[in-house]
Write a protein that binds this ligand. Structure first.
Ligand SMILES: [Zn+2]
Length: 153
């Protein structure tokens, strides 16, 4: 069973309902993708697709400056973690495991890996030891890092 609708042509390594489930999560987080199978570091987790857009939405990841890929069906529902278990390749359109992912765990990425600016910055509750607390895109992160460096000098 597919996550993508019929108008999206089937493709190799696309996510299926045998391998993943979308879970609703409370308190405004929305939804997340849970793996139903185990992955080891280096494993291809899934390939994704979407529609190119110049706009940032809740369901886009950035391809290059000013170009975003919108996928409200699957990839756009991947949750953020500051200590993510998967890494994104926007050119290959793949998610690859960087840690073991066990059945029942959320597949996560670090939004600052791809996003210069987020649709919406947010307070992070990922619980990781290295949690940044407030998550922004990498440009905002660099700017706040520079600000911290200036204040410290
Ligand atoms: Zn975090």
């Amino acid at each position: 069973m597919r996550f993508y609708p019929d108008f999206v042509p089937a493709f190799e390594h696309e996510p299926t309902k045998e391998r993943f489930a979308i879970r609703h999560i409370g308190d405004g987080v929305g939804e997340g993708v849970v793996s139903l199978v185990d992955f080891e570091p280096g494993d291809l987790v899934f390939k994704f697709t979407g529609v190119f857009s110049s706009d940032i939405t809740q369901f886009t990841l950035q391809v290059t400056e000013g170009l975003h890929l919108h996928d409200p069906f699957f990839m756009g529902k991947i949750l953020h973690s500051c200590d993510a278990n998967a890494s994104v390749d926007m050119a290959a359109r793949t998610f690859t495991a960087v840690k073991p992912i066990r059945a029942g765990e959320f597949v996560t990425m670090d939004y600052a890996q791809t996003e210069a600016r987020l649709f919406k910055n947010f307070e992070c509750c990922c619980g990781a030891a290295n949690c940044r607390g407030f998550v922004t895109g990498y440009l905002d992160r660099e700017e706040s890092g520079l600000l911290v460096a200036r204040l410290a000098s």
